[in-house]
Design a protein around this ligand. Structure first.
Ligand SMILES: O=c1ccn([C@@H]2O[C@H](COP(=O)(O)O)[C@@H](O)[C@H]2O)c(=O)[nH]1
Length: 236
């Protein structure tokens, strides 16, 4: 059961800044996300410093390799203290890799698979070699179906893909949704976006929000404003 769907992406290489941001947004967020920018610079020690602030951690390292390497990589990451609440891999690593990942995590974290990045429009997906007769949404739904069959708990997808993903899987298959932009926020490098409220209305379970909060003059105020904007829709 997800009580607060706001997951703040603490994208900085600086441990002290990430810790400060975690403190500032804690009253308004359900999760903090640590990704490549943070973990490659700050490592497990930095992770543990931020995790001590008390928000459950989504460790967003998007593992993508052969099954054995992904499984042992996840086993190492699950030894972090505290262990991540959410951890992820790429679904395009294939069925054997996803099954090995599910076995390695063994229910100790919510294991999710990245489908189609929110920074990709259909033209980008087709240029990358995905079948041109299918949309990004179709590909996301097909990857989500495979992820569920392989034992994953959910996927990362864009807000416009959530309904198709849930239809292809199950209502309780977790959708973690980046590309979230309040109506007045800069889109930046995201291409498939939604406001926090409209993403929840599509059925999103967790909203990943970075720069609209961390780049704001006052991150606590930005997080509070977003929390207020979704209160009504999330109560339903
Ligand atoms: O498809 C994806 C997968 C992951 N992300 C990550 O989410 C945040 C979004 O940050 P913003 O500043 O709100 O754009 C970032 O850490 C990405 O690595 C994603 O955007 N899309």
């Amino acid at each position: 059961m997800i009580k607060n769907p706001i997951c703040v992406a603490l994208d900085t290489p600086d441990v002290a800044r990430a810790q400060e941001l975690a403190r500032l947004v804690k009253p308004y967020a359900g999760y903090a996300k640590l990704g490549m920018e943070f973990f490659y610079a700050a490592g497990p020690k930095g992770y543990e410093t931020v995790a001590k602030e008390g928000l459950p951690i989504f460790l967003d390292l998007k593992l993508h390799d052969i099954p054995n390497t992904v499984a042992y990589g996840l086993r190492s990451l699950m030894r972090l203290d505290p262990a991540p609440a959410i951890i992820n891999i790429h679904t395009t690593g294939g069925a054997d890799m996803m099954r090995a990942a599910a076995e390695a995590v063994d229910g100790r974290a919510i294991l999710i698979g990245v489908t189609i990045l929110t920074s990709l429009a259909d033209a980008d997906i087709h240029a990358a070699g995905f079948a041109k007769d299918l949309s990004g949404r179709d590909h996301a739904a097909a990857l989500a179906r495979l992820a569920r069959q392989c034992g994953l708990d959910g996927v990362v997808c864009s807000a416009p893909d959530v309904r198709a993903v849930k239809q292809a899987t199950a209502r309780d298959f977790v959708t973690v949704v980046p590309g979230i932009r309040p109506a007045d926020a800069a889109v930046q490098d995201q291409k498939r976006i939604a406001t926090p409220r409209s993403a929840l209305d599509e059925g999103a379970d967790i909203l990943v929000i970075g720069r609209p909060i961390t780049g704001a003059a006052d991150p606590a105020v930005a997080a509070h404003d977003i929390a207020r904007s979704i209160e009504a829709s999330h109560a339903h």
